[in-house]
Design a protein around this ligand. Structure first.
Ligand code: ATP
Length: 232
């Protein structure tokens, strides 16, 4: 079975249980959003999938292989990319250099990303190829972080709150970029608090609250029921 399947995922920090029996599927080429408030467990879910949480139980399969016991680097090499919340670019390297740091060989059945294609998706970056990372705005750094992950030619990426802290015009550019990635065949699981961003990019949504999944369905049905699930 292709795509990502997470079943009965539990996670703990110390003695505190943070995730409870979380089930999430992402099919090939699909964009799925995990919606929840601050502290609901979105980041922990993505980290647990990458095996970055010390104590977890539950199944995680990616492209038919169990990844629950694999190291993070091995999971990444299978083609599962991860873009954490905090931007991790190299301040003393240029945009181009940052991109080439992320380069990995081509993967079968995954989109092949060239620097030129990335600059079509992120035109801002194309206009500042030789700028140092440290001289970019937060939004530009966020885009560079995503673009660098794509240089690894992943089949699926986990994107942690891509719109967080960005100015509205940059949020729109990010949404357009996510739609382009999907068009090229990339599957994406993203976490979001911004329901409008979620609706602009995703095929399906899950809502997480205090570590429990409360809803799954289309974005239209989530919007209709948002008073119940999100108290917004
Ligand atoms: P945010 O939008 O703030 O990132 P989130 O939905 O991603 O929220 P998580 O970061 O997954 O939430 O946090 C879930 C819960 O786990 C919170 O109660 C948080 O305080 C707790 N938590 C997160 N990281 C740790 C840690 N390293 N040690 C202990 N508790 C943690």
């Amino acid at each position: 079975m292709t795509g990502l399947q997470v079943a009965e995922l539990n996670a703990w920090y110390g003695r505190a249980q943070i995730l409870f029996q979380v089930d999430i599927n992402v099919n090939e080429g699909e964009v799925v959003v995990l919606v929840g408030k601050n502290g609901a467990g979105k980041t922990t879910t993505l980290k647990a999938i990458m095996n970055l949480v010390q104590r977890t139980t539950g199944d995680r399969h990616f492209d038919g292989r169990s990844i629950a016991e694999l190291r993070t680097s091995a999971i990444a090499r299978l083609g599962l990319g991860y873009v954490p919340e905090n931007r991790r670019i190299f301040g003393r390297l240029t945009v181009m250099e940052n991109l080439y740091v992320g380069q990995q060989p081509r993967r079968p059945n995954a989109p092949l990303w060239t620097v030129e294609r990335l600059f079509e998706i992120f035109p801002n970056l194309g206009r500042m190829r030789n700028r140092l990372g440290s001289e970019m705005s937060g939004g530009e750094q966020q885009m560079l972080t995503v673009a660098r992950t794509l240089m690894g030619n992943p089949r699926l990426i986990l994107l942690d709150e891509p719109s967080e802290g960005l100015a509205p015009v940059i949020v729109q550019q990010m949404a357009a970029a996510v739609r382009e990635m999907k068009r090229d065949g990339l599957a994406i699981l993203l976490s979001e608090q911004n329901l409008h961003f979620a609706k602009a990019v995703a095929d399906r949504a899950y809502v997480i609250e205090k570590g429990h999944l409360r809803f799954q369905g289309t974005l239209d049905s989530l919007f209709a029921a948002r008073a119940t699930y999100l108290s917004v």
